[in-house]
Design a protein around this ligand. Structure first.
Ligand code: AMP
Ligand code: ZN
Ligand code: FE
Ligand code: FE
Length: 285
């Protein structure tokens, strides 16, 4: 069984429509997948219907923008009741922070000699509930300022580059509580990508699982080295936490390393996750 539990569609910064994502997941030979757009559940109904039609397993989720000490941490929220008022309100607050940051980043890019209008960006956000830096990158590519999203990030948009402007993100422990309050399962995405090993060392991951209701974390992810994956699997095993694997697929928006099924979740971990969602009264499909 091949199970990929972290993917994006045009509803955030992926490039596939939810229905195309389902078709691509089938073509990639996946048995099940989760749609986890940034800070929104808006693509889930379309993806769920298409997955049911295609006979592929599906789990609804989102990738929640959180922070620890001001550093970004992505939290995968699976099986939440999508109408939970507290979670819905907090996700709206995060999306408002995204919308508010866009003009600020455009001003920054203009000062760097790369003028763009909100309309230039809007051309790439027709289907997006959640606007992000990759959309700015697409507008930069269209103007000829950079070759692709990768160059936009590595030269201008990454957290330590001159075009970057910060935005609101929920404290990780608050976000975990909101996900659990909405009957969902909370899994930290790519905990050791970028600064992650510094922001979420083994001791912090342990505390989050043993004291703050975190259910698990991604072990297999394209951003993790083989030794990091092995360490994270061993840690999850020691803690009795769920260890997942995913591609973090964004369609054409990311490199082939992130192709569907590039990393996967073990069938027994998938069953545990579904059992947790069901036991909490969430949405296990
Ligand atoms: P934002 O959501 O606006 O904070 O932008 C961050 C998002 O951009 C991440 O969640 C990734 O999906 C995406 N991203 C980060 N680095 C790159 C890159 N080098 N190329 C394409 N997308 C990226
Ligand atoms: Zn993304
Ligand atoms: Fe992420
Ligand atoms: Fe992601």
């Amino acid at each position: 069984m091949r199970i990929d539990l972290h993917t994006h569609s045009v509803v955030s910064d992926g490039t596939d429509q939810p229905e195309e994502l389902v078709a691509n997941a089938v073509a990639a030979g996946l048995d099940a997948f989760a749609l986890t757009d940034h800070d929104t559940f808006d693509g889930l109904a379309a993806a769920r219907a298409a997955a049911s039609e295609a006979g592929i397993g599906f789990l609804g989720g989102c990738e929640f923008s959180t922070q620890v000490g001001g550093q970004s941490v992505h939290l995968l929220a699976y099986g939440c009741r999508p109408d939970d008022p507290e979670l819905v309100a907090e996700l709206a607050r995060v999306r408002d922070g995204r919308d508010g940051r866009t003009p600020a980043m455009l001003a920054r890019l203009a000062s760097l000699g790369m003028p763009l209008t909100l309309d230039d960006v809007a051309a790439f956000t027709t289907d997006a509930s959640s606007v992000g830096r990759p959309h700015l990158a697409d507008a930069m590519v269209a103007k000829g300022y950079v070759r692709d999203r990768d160059e936009a990030f590595s030269r201008w948009l990454a957290d330590d580059k001159p075009g970057y402007v910060t935005r609101y993100a929920t404290p990780l422990e608050t976000a975990t509580g909101l996900v659990r309050g909405a009957s969902g399962v909370a899994v930290v995405a790519h905990p050791w990508s970028r600064r992650g090993r510094h922001d979420l060392p083994t001791r912090r991951l342990t505390e989050l699982v043993t004291q703050h209701g975190l259910d698990g974390f991604e072990a297999d992810h394209p951003d993790h080295t083989a030794s990091e994956r092995a360490e994270l699997h061993a840690l999850a095993e020691r803690l009795g936490a769920v260890a997942t694997g995913s591609s973090d697929y964004h369609g054409l928006g990311k490199k082939p390393l992130f192709r569907l099924g590039a990393c996967a979740t073990a069938p027994e971990q998938w069953r545990r996750l579904l059992d947790l969602v069901s036991a909490r009264g969430g949405v296990p499909g």
